[in-house]
Design a protein around this ligand. Structure first.
Ligand code: R5P
Length: 290
């Protein structure tokens, strides 16, 4: 087995290789003047299981093409198997035809990735309307969760936690984490009005006295979900907040906007950013070893 860091995966791929005690190499990626991508392996992949590590943020579509080129090339060069480790996998939220004529992007991604890869490893995919992940991917897929790492972080760093999930989908993280820690949790309700606009409400009485509030969710993108939740909890008298997310996508200055609302944000390192405090490379290394 050899672990290969692709353009958006090197930050975690090196750690995975170290923890899995496997050799590491980087995919060389260049752009031609007309923006076409050029990829090259600089290691021998013959008869090996090649593990491509790529997180999909930024110019997502470019990075998808990069791994498709790499997977096909690895096979042509004699790789025994090609796996994809995608700490953050994109398009899970476009999982339905919300408006007539729309593409159900995650289904297309499922077909594409299943065609080129022998196995996919993904951390906390946003599984919602499609249900089981095996409905999306026909190739082998291993769904990992950062919950044990989040639990460990909270236990070591935050006393008297009260965990708040900003919408019902977040129960998979918020409620489960709270149950394992043995602390109280509450799930708020969210109405999504558009990609940028949400309305979050709290429909349950909670006592926040002496508690450290921690919002727990899978993704922070614009940050508007958490900001909406903060607005409500502030009405109960809370002044400071923690927020732990698996994937810190952070578009449109989300992190800054949250800081202004006195939210201390912490994420895992599925996507590299300034607030990566929770390392999930061990989860992947363990998954690869099974
Ligand atoms: C959706 O339900 C997810 O769990 C997140 O709550 C959502 O993607 C966050 O997006 P944003 O930060 O743009 O509100």
């Amino acid at each position: 087995m050899i672990i290969i860091g692709c353009s958006k995966g090197t930050h975690i791929a090196k750690k995975i290789a170290k923890k899995a005690k496997k050799p590491y190499s980087e995919l060389k990626v260049k752009k031609f003047p007309d923006n076409e991508s050029h990829i090259r392996f600089t290691c021998d992949v013959k008869r090996k299981t090649v593990v491509l590590v790529q997180s999909f943020y930024g110019n997502v579509n470019d990075y998808i093409m990069e791994v498709i080129f790499a997977a096909e090339t690895a096979k042509e060069l004699g790789a025994r198997k090609v796996f994809l480790v995608a700490p953050y996998f994109p398009y899970f939220r476009q999982d339905s035809r919300f408006n007539p004529g729309e593409c159900i992007s995650i289904k297309v991604m499922g077909k594409l990735i299943s065609h080129y890869f022998d196995k996919l490893f993904v951390i906390d995919p946003h599984l919602h309307r499609q249900g089981a992940i095996t409905k999306i991917f026909s190739t082998k897929v291993e769904k990992l969760t950062a919950n044990p790492c989040i639990i460990d972080y909270i236990k070591k760093n935050i006393k008297k936690p009260l965990i708040v999930g900003p919408d019902w989908e977040s129960y998979k993280w918020a409620e489960k984490v709270a149950d394992q820690i043995g602390c109280e949790s509450v799930i708020m309700e969210k109405k999504r009005i558009s990609g940028r606009k949400v309305k979050v409400t709290l429909n349950k009485k909670i006592d926040i006295t002496d508690k450290n509030i921690i919002f727990v969710d899978d993704i922070i993108s614009t940050g508007n979900t958490i900001r909406g939740a903060v607005k409500n909890i502030k009405k109960l008298g809370a002044k400071k907040f923690n927020c732990i997310a698996v994937h810190g996508v952070f578009v449109e200055n989300a992190l800054e906007k949250l800081r202004k609302e006195k939210v201390k944000v912490i994420t895992t390192n599925t996507i590299p950013n300034k607030v990566n405090k929770i390392d999930v490379s061990g989860l992947v290394a363990e998954g690869l070893g099974k």
